[in-house]
Ligand binder design. Structure first.
Ligand code: UDP
Ligand code: MG
Length: 319
């Protein structure tokens, strides 16, 4: 290696009740980082854990100056934790990595090499397969990516993980996106930059429990649609357009029938069906609009994304 100063690497680790897996994680990641010989920091974001997560972090921070932590005043969610990490990371290269070792630290040397030697600004990982995941979950996930790519302008890859290593300029761009309703997969795609996709085999969680229930994931997917696409809003206009056309044709039909055959009263049941059908569509469309209005409401309140209760960083950026 030359005399050239090596780039500092920050690793952001959102943690929510991860006491079982954190010791394993720390050991593994420290081993990998030491072997690379770059200056580094491990920035743990304790997202309001109720277990011993914070205690462990404080203990390690005293023994190892590479260990930095931020702790939130309550659980703000992984998105807020990642944002807090990106705002407070000081490295030239910044990685986001889950605490459960589903994002293998062994990939880091290769990722760093790609950023240093090739003309990329970011190395993102995606899963090769969805092996070991419930089939229903996989099906919904696949559909989500298909629809998302069709209706939004943020390019999101199927199986993309949040695990990625980015250059400083990309991190700065992401930090400038201050929206309250954050959907990182969309944000990463939206800011652009040259991204290298690195596939790897699915890894099971090393210990502890996943914090994502099916419904939490489902809501996360809806969040993605609403934050990165306006297509659902135009559904109402399309329904309206179609219905008006249909009504016009029916009107012509009824007038002609009246002129030719008189007007025997019939079709009460079908009339009710049509009324209910149209009522349903109207409610659905109002609901879609309501979702967007709710987003506008939470954005305009301008609340902070997270509140830091404690940290061993000298200068903590609240945000
Ligand atoms: N996480 C978090 N806040 C939350 C939920 C999760 O910081 O409210 C963290 C969690 O500690 C882990 C990462 O986000 O490091 C991914 O969570 P998990 O492994 O539960 O998700 P999965 O891998 O099942 O998608
Ligand atoms: Mg996980």
């Amino acid at each position: 290696m030359s005399e050239e100063k090596k780039a500092k690497i920050s690793i952001i680790v959102p943690c929510f009740n991860e006491q079982e897996v954190l010791p394993l994680f720390l050991e593994k990641v420290t081993e990998v980082m030491k072997s690379m010989g770059h200056p580094y920091e491990l920035l743990f974001i304790d997202d309001g854990s109720k277990d011993r997560t914070l205690g462990l972090l404080q203990e390690w921070a005293e023994q190892d100056e590479q260990v930095k932590y931020l702790t939130f005043s309550r659980n703000f969610g992984k998105e807020a934790a990642m944002y807090a990490g990106l705002c407070n990371a000081s490295g030239d290269y910044v990685a986001v990595m889950d605490a459960d070792l589903q994002d293998p630290p062994e990939l880091l040397p290769q990722m760093v090499r790609i950023l240093e030697e090739e003309d990329y600004d970011c190395v993102a990982t995606c899963r090769e397969t969805r092996k070991g995941e419930p089939p229903v979950r996989s099906w919904f996930a696949k559909k989500f990516y298909q629809i998302m790519n069709r209706i939004s302008d943020a390019d999101i890859r199927d199986g993309a993980r949040d695990y990625r290593l980015m250059k400083r300029k990309m991190v700065d761009a992401i930090v400038r996106m201050t929206e309250y309703n954050r959907f990182s997969k969309g944000i990463f795609g939206w800011v652009g930059f040259r991204t290298y996709w690195l596939p790897y085999g699915n890894v099971e969680r090393a210990a502890g429990q996943s914090k994502w229930s099916f419904w939490k994931l489902f809501r996360y997917a809806l969040e993605g649609f609403i934050n990165f696409s306006h297509v659902p809003l135009s559904i109402a206009s399309w329904f309206g357009f179609f219905m008006t056309g249909l009504a016009f044709v029916m009107l012509v039909f009824i007038v002609v029938r009246k002129l030719l055959f008189g007007d025997p009263v019939a079709g009460w049941a079908s009339t009710i069906c049509v009324i209910i059908f149209i009522g349903g569509i109207q409610l659905f469309c109002t609901g879609v609009m309501g979702q967007y209005i709710a987003k506008i409401y939470s954005e305009t309140k301008n609340r902070p994304h997270y509140i830091v209760a404690d940290s061993n960083l000298d200068d903590v950026k609240q945000g």
